[in-house]
Ligand binder design. Structure first.
Ligand code: PGA
Length: 264
């Protein structure tokens, strides 16, 4: 098995991906509940990030600035376009996300790949745009059920990493965060077993080491995503190569999301 630096050198992180959910009002309501709890019992050893829809992004940033100056919760966007400005109706650039106060941005989520025809090439362009605009990219990879059943997991993941992270300045690569999200486990209630997840995470480190450098492989945080819940989070998150979670459904209820954070 690939031996890496002690896990505690990579700062753990839990990201709540709210997807196309929440109004400004319900977003703030959810944040209030999260902050109430995190203020009484701060989780200093873990980075907590929420990814609201674009329409609530700035309201969320403002609310957190006024109510939690100590950065208990940070903010991610769910996507960006790769150009910084111009005639691209409907698109949101990295520059705009910085302006709205985001620090992170999710890129290449399987729902973007499935419904919006994103490819490894667009992932690479978006990752470059994020870094150019000083946003931390959270780049998603993961195989479909058909690919897993055809024993193609390693081939698919290696391709997504090599092509999705192509043309990135090597000095900036360690800042990129990866999220392994098996497509068959997203929103389905099916979770990869801790062993299945750990096996792919260890494989990802091997790809990073061979394709880039051992240092990048050691430093890069790799999150797991796909039906993470309070009940299954502890076993997943204590695996050697799993540095946190990207949580969809369970991030929409404060008690469920807090349960995952407390379980780490
Ligand atoms: P889920 O979504 O937790 O609802 O499966 C995870 C994700 O899509 O990031």
């Amino acid at each position: 098995m690939y031996k890496n630096v002690p896990k505690n050198k990579r700062f753990p992180m839990i990201v709540g991906n709210w997807k196309m959910n929440t109004s400004i009002e319900t977003a703030i309501d959810l944040l209030e509940q999260l902050l109430d709890d995190l203020k009484t019992q701060p989780s200093h050893n873990i980075e907590v990030v929420v990814a609201p829809p674009f329409t609530a992004l700035n309201a969320v940033v403002d609310f957190l600035y006024e109510n939690s100056a100590d950065g208990l919760i940070k903010v991610a966007a769910q996507d960006l376009f790769w150009e910084d400005s111009g005639a691209y109706t409907g698109a949101i650039s990295g520059k705009m996300l910085r302006d709205a106060g985001a620090e992170y941005v999710i890129i290449g989520h399987s729902e973007r790949r499935q419904y919006f025809y994103e490819t490894d090439l667009t992932v690479s362009k978006k990752t470059q745009a994020a870094l150019r605009n000083k946003l931390v990219p959270i780049v998603c990879v993961g195989e479909t059920l058909a690919e897993r059943e055809a024993n193609k997991v390693e081939g698919v993941i290696a391709r997504q990493i090599e092509e999705g992270l192509a043309n990135i300045d090597i000095a900036r690569l360690a800042n990129v965060i990866l999220a392994y999200e098996p497509v068959w486990a997203i929103g389905t209630g099916k979770t990869a077993s801790p062993q299945q997840a750990e096996e792919v995470h260890a494989f990802i480190r091997k790809v990073l080491m061979q394709h880039f450098t051992p240092e990048i492989s050691d430093k890069m945080r790799i999150l797991y995503g796909g039906s993470v819940k309070r009940e299954n989070s502890r076993e997943l998150l204590t695996q050697t190569n799993i540095d946190g979670a990207l949580v969809g459904g369970a991030s929409l209820k404060a008690a469920d999301f807090l349960g995952i954070i407390r379980n780490f």
